[in-house]
Design a protein around this ligand. Structure first.
Ligand code: PLP
Length: 370
């Protein structure tokens, strides 16, 4: 039985005619950049994410970049961020000329904790950039407390965590700003690139609207240096069709995660460490990442049986070529090293069937029995 890591066609098929209608509407209007489609999407997302302001942008990466620019974070500033995430998180910090200060993650939650952040604070720290990795929020209360005590901003990388909750609050609404991605593999995926910034700060929202359009409110009158961080109307139209289904899709992912938990327990695979959902957290399972011994052999075995999997992420930031200059000692980040060496993402998309999940678990079991 073939089990792809992600099957976007299964989600697309039932919405096909509605999506084509939405795309046609934009084609007929011939208005492609920002405009009423994007504005309507922003209003819907503000309601959905329970936040004052939603600013749609060109990607999750540009969301992070624009927030750093809007807060004036640049040369001479330090930004604390986990060493274990997608590269965009740290890449944006370096791109604005600020110094990334890397901290370790807990290999059980894959997220940063406030203690590691506290130890990394200096006089130059301007922001903390926690990542809600794989769809589980970082433990935010102690992070927000450390940030408030030291007067630094918290920018949430919520790119993988749309709809995740932490003690009742939505991911992306706890810090000064939240950054989201509509990359096709995220829980809410566009037909290409797209992103979003959320904030409850009206002045920051205004600034971000300027920055996404080359710092201009009125065409050809530039108040700031910004960029082209605009979302296409076509992407907005697609996302408007998909958004009403997001909660249901996430619920399907959560049910699949629960089914894996039961299946792995029944299989008696004690060496497999499953993802957790701590009390007070709601995981949205953008990825379902287990940790296994002999990970690469397990992955190969899965592939030989037509089962997709992926390694998120094989190389933590401190070992990326670009950051060799930082020369972190090899043993600096044991949590991230453990995660990088053992993590394996299994198929978790909503339309996955029980039979497919059973095949995945059987295959992992067979690989570990070899
Ligand atoms: C996807 C992702 C991004 C970047 O989003 P893009 O839309 O691909 O630019 C940033 N951070 C994390 C953690 C992500 O998963």
């Amino acid at each position: 039985m073939k089990v792809p890591l992600l099957d976007l066609r299964a989600q697309y098929a039932p919405l096909r005619s509605e999506l084509i209608e939405a795309v046609t509407r934009v084609c007929d209007s011939q208005q492609f950049i920002l405009g009423p489609e994007v504005e309507a999407l922003e209003r819907s997302l503000e309601a959905h994410l329970e936040v004052g302001h939603a600013v749609a942008v060109s990607s999750g990466t540009d969301a992070i970049l624009a927030v750093l620019m809007a807060l004036g974070i640049g040369p001479g500033s330090e930004v604390i961020t986990p060493t274990y995430s997608f590269f965009a998180t740290v890449g944006c910090v370096a791109r604005v000329g600020a110094a990334p200060v890397l901290v370790d993650v807990d290999p059980v939650t894959f997220n940063v904790d406030a203690q590691a952040i506290s130890r990394a604070l200096t006089r130059r720290t301007r922001a903390i950039l926690p990542v809600h990795l794989f769809g589980l929020c970082a433990d935010m209360d102690p992070i927000l407390e450390v940030a408030a005590t030291h007067g630094v901003a918290v920018i949430e990388d919520a790119c993988q965590a749309i709809g995740a909750r932490y003690r009742g609050r939505q991911a992306g609404t706890m810090g000064i700003a939240g950054c989201f991605s509509f990359f096709p593999s995220k829980n809410l995926g566009a037909f290409g690139d797209g992103g979003l910034i959320t904030t409850n700060d009206r002045v920051l929202a205004q600034e971000l609207r300027l920055l996404r359009n080359h710092g201009a409110e009125q065409r050809y009158f530039h108040k700031r240096i910004g960029g082209n961080f605009r979302l296409d109307a076509l992407q907005a139209a697609v996302l408007r069709v998909k958004l009403p289904h997001l909660n249901r899709w996430t619920e399907m992912r959560r049910q699949n995660a629960e089914r894996y938990r039961v299946l792995f327990r029944q299989a008696g695979l004690t060496s497999v460490i499953l993802p957790i959902e701590p009390e007070g957290f709601t995981h949205i399972f953008n990825q379902y990442v287990i940790r296994v011994p002999r990970r690469d052999a397990v992955r190969e075995h899965l592939a030989s049986e037509g089962i997709g999997s992926e390694i998120y992420y094989p190389v933590p930031f401190h070992r990326q070529q670009f950051f060799e200059i930082l020369a972190y000692p090899p043993s600096s980040f044991p949590g991230a090293e453990e995660a990088a060496a053992t993590s394996l993402a299994l198929p978790i998309y909503g339309e996955l069937t029980a039979d497919q999940q059973e095949a995945v678990v059987r295959s992992v079991a067979a690989a570990l029995a070899d």
